[in-house]
Design a protein around this ligand. Structure first.
Ligand code: ZN
Length: 256
């Protein structure tokens, strides 16, 4: 059997401790519900981390042992330390996968990797969401049909202030009339990034079977299998080069 993919599910873990409705849906926290669904897959080795731990639970050791990081944050994006964000970004560039869920569109780490506003329209009004699978041959949509539905969700609408995705995976339609690019992927350095929209805290979205399937598929897709530390070396040639070739080049081109 191939070695486990090491997953860290990061949760802000604030709404669950202040809002009884959210606590009833996610008694151990949203991060633990997501982690439990991933632990059903024997090829995944899953841990959790949250905001109020030292270093937000993301020490150098934890990041070193993480192949794919899942991020859910909302009310406390500003409390995430810039030093931790810088370390997470560096790990993504080295090859760690990142899955940004729902309101993580406004997390410091997602914005840092996108370089754009990541703003969108929103409404909390029990819209139905229909997610269209616009990339049926992509590993993230494995096992899904043409579309799936979430009976009640927060609405996110276009325009979504993201850079052009490398590939679109899902487009959502909402019963209020809006559409949204609700699943999209980007390569950043050696790391693979997936944004997946569903998951407002007052709905049971992370108990939804298709949502859980998408997250598990995305973990496997986001696992690059490499860790390539950033270096910028001055190197010797692999073959012997003609003597003083740089001077000869300068003579022929006229460039100095
Ligand atoms: Zn929300």
């Amino acid at each position: 059997m191939s070695p486990s993919i090491r997953v860290t599910v990061w949760g802000e873990f604030r709404h669950e401790r202040t809002n009884p409705l959210v606590a009833a849906l996610y008694p151990e926290g949203m991060h633990e519900t997501i982690a439990a669904s991933l632990r059903e897959h024997p090829d995944l080795s899953v841990r959790t981390a949250w905001l109020d731990q030292p270093e937000h639970g993301l020490s150098d050791a934890v990041l070193s042992e993480t192949d794919v990081l899942i991020w859910w944050g909302h009310m406390a994006h500003s409390e995430v330390g810039d030093a931790v964000v810088a370390k997470v970004k560096a790990r993504v560039l080295e090859g760690m996968g990142l899955i940004a869920l729902h309101s993580a569109h406004y997390s410091k780490i997602f914005k840092a990797l996108m370089g754009t506003t990541c703003s969108l329209k929103w409404r909390e009004a029990n819209d139905k969401e229909r997610l269209w699978n616009v990339n049926p041959s992509h590993p993230i949509t494995r096992g899904l049909g043409e579309y799936f539905e979430i009976p009640s969700e927060e609405m996110y609408g276009e325009p979504f202030g993201i850079p052009e995705p490398d590939q679109l995976i899902f487009i959502s339609w909402f019963s209020g009339g809006e559409v949204f690019r609700s699943g999209a992927i980007w390569q950043r350095g050696h790391g693979r990034v997936f944004y997946f929209r569903p998951g407002h805290e007052t709905y049971p979205t992370y108990h939804h079977p298709e949502v859980r399937r998408v997250i598990a598929n995305a973990v496997r897709w986001a696992h690059s299998g490499v860790r390539l530390t950033d270096i910028c070396p001055n190197v010797k040639p692999l073959e012997s080069l003609p003597a003083d070739s740089s001077a000869a080049t300068r003579e022929t081109t006229g460039y100095r």
